[in-house]
Design a protein around this ligand. Structure first.
Ligand code: MG
Length: 312
């Protein structure tokens, strides 16, 4: 499989997971399989809970904004990313994380807002910076482990002042980097963990261990640790893209983000062709802060190609 197939698998796979999981957000475990007992008998991309069939949520919308900033600025310009996030938040997205909203609407400068939120709440390790990381992970992958992990931390810190969110996002960046080369990201884990900040390594080693199960989570899976751990569990215990996102959504809770993170990794491992057309046909990404645009599969594929094109 060539790397373009893996890159498209990651970008589209994350968006599809997001849209497929959205109707089940905050629901109980097993709700997806209860509604769709057998895979592919009817199209599972049916919408619900305020979402149209195939409609992607804030996870994918923010990932697109990050991608467009990286491409237009020719690299990471954190102030520009923050400004795009603010325009997006001001344009009434259907869904926005509580923490992300608080940081983006505080009226503080880009390099102070997230830190101020963290100082005042001490509660900032949501999965909201992990959920939007796929496009940046693709963009920085060719620069290697340390550069991609550093970029992940910096983009995460724009909205999430807790370094735990940054370390989790950095792990995701590096595992996706490995998957895009054709390596097994799960086999890369020990090397990735060695590059995690020492204060956070043990906790991430626990939730990413092959023996860990999502039922052992000590927080709601809207937190960064169980979200990442659950995505890796879904990848590890399944043999294909469909099966992986199905397992992630069936965990319940923050299902759109669980499936967006799982879908990125499973899409990179299994390739774009593993993502069924019945899911990509209705896929669309309304883009608040994006001049009324709605991205469809062809736009996401074009974005994937641009992210891997060397800057001229
Ligand atoms: Mg969402």
């Amino acid at each position: 499989m060539d790397s373009r197939e893996r890159v498209a698998g990651a970008v589209v796979g994350s968006a599809v997971g997001d849209a497929l999981g959205a109707p089940f957000e905050f629901g109980p475990a097993g709700a997806f399989s209860a509604r769709f007992p057998v895979s592919g008998v009817e199209n599972e991309m049916r919408g619900g809970g305020g979402w149209d069939p195939g409609e992607a949520t804030d996870d994918t919308q923010m990932a697109v904004h990050v991608a467009e900033s990286l491409l237009e600025r020719g690299g990471l310009d954190p102030q520009d990313v923050f400004a795009r996030f603010q325009r997006w938040a001001a344009d009434d997205p259907k869904d926005i994380g509580l923490q992300t909203e608080d940081v983006l609407t505080r009226g503080l400068p880009w390099n102070q807002a997230a830190e101020a939120h963290y100082r005042s709440t001490h509660h900032a390790a949501g999965n909201g910076s992990l959920m939007r990381a796929t496009t940046a992970a693709v963009y920085f992958a060719p620069q290697g482990r340390h550069a991609t992990m550093d970029a992940a931390r910096r983009i995460s810190a724009l909205t999430h002042g807790d370094p735990a969110a940054g370390e989790g996002t950095a792990i995701f960046h590096d595992l996706l980097r490995a998957a895009l080369t054709g390596a097994d990201p799960l086999k890369e884990l020990p090397h990735t963990l060695a590059a995690v900040h020492a204060d956070h390594r043990e906790r991430y080693a626990r939730v990413t261990s092959p023996t860990w199960h999502p039922a052992e989570a000590t927080e709601f899976n809207g937190a960064v640790w169980p979200c990442l751990g659950s995505a890796l569990w879904a990848l590890r215990t399944t043999g294909g893209y469909e099966e992986a996102v199905r397992a992630a959504i069936d965990l319940g809770g923050d299902t759109d983000t669980l499936a967006a993170v799982t879908g990125a990794l499973a899409g990179a491992v299994h390739g774009q062709s593993a993502i069924p057309a019945r899911w990509t046909d209705p896929l669309h990404v309304p883009l608040p802060g994006g001049d009324g645009r709605v991205l469809r599969l062809a736009d996401l594929l074009e974005l994937s190609r641009s992210l891997t094109r060397p800057a001229s």
